[in-house]
Design a protein around this ligand. Sequence first.
Ligand SMILES: Nc1ncnc2c1ncn2[C@@H]1O[C@H](COP(=O)(O)OP(=O)(O)O)[C@@H](O)[C@H]1O
Ligand SMILES: [Mg+2]
Length: 160
Amino acid sequence: MSGLNLFLADEAAMVAFGGQLARVTGGRGIIFLEGDLGAGKTTLSRGLIRGLGHTGAVKSPTFTVVEPYEIGDVRAFHFDLYRLVDPEELEFMGIRDYFEDDPLCLFEWPQKGAGVLPKPDLTITISPQASGRSLVLSPQGARGDAWCVALAEYYKQQAG
Ligand SMILES: Nc1ncnc2c1ncn2[C@@H]1O[C@H](COP(=O)(O)OP(=O)(O)O)[C@@H](O)[C@H]1O
Ligand SMILES: [Mg+2]
């Protein structure tokens, strides 16, 4: 599987896609979310974290850099690196500790952590269209590939 392209017509479709990502990842792995301000990265993250079973609010971590979630046995970390000045700040945060035991790690603005962040399982690039959003899913490795296969299967059934 080389990847997957999806068109999501509205916010509800974006949240639902997050729910599908929750299902296929099982709450483990590293996902980079790329796209400009307002693309829908936080909306997608909210769908994913809710899909993992979180029932409370999902705040944008723009000011806190990271918001942690514990949902039963699942742990998730939602990062927003927008305000990072230097990728080295991630070293000072002890970024490596966050990846221990393979939780789900979501990164908005991963470019700001270049050189310090590990390779993701999946990169999702979101582009606003006249109406709705187009998404390009680029897996990097076997795990991301398997997610894309499962998502393609789901969206094929949806369309058919
Ligand atoms: N698939 C979609 N189609 C249309 N609008 C969307 C879609 N997904 C999200 N949005 C809207 O786009 C905006 C995205 O905001 P947000 O998720 O905070 O973006 P980001 O985190 O990328 O800056 C929200 O107003 C949301 O309602
Ligand atoms: Mg955001």
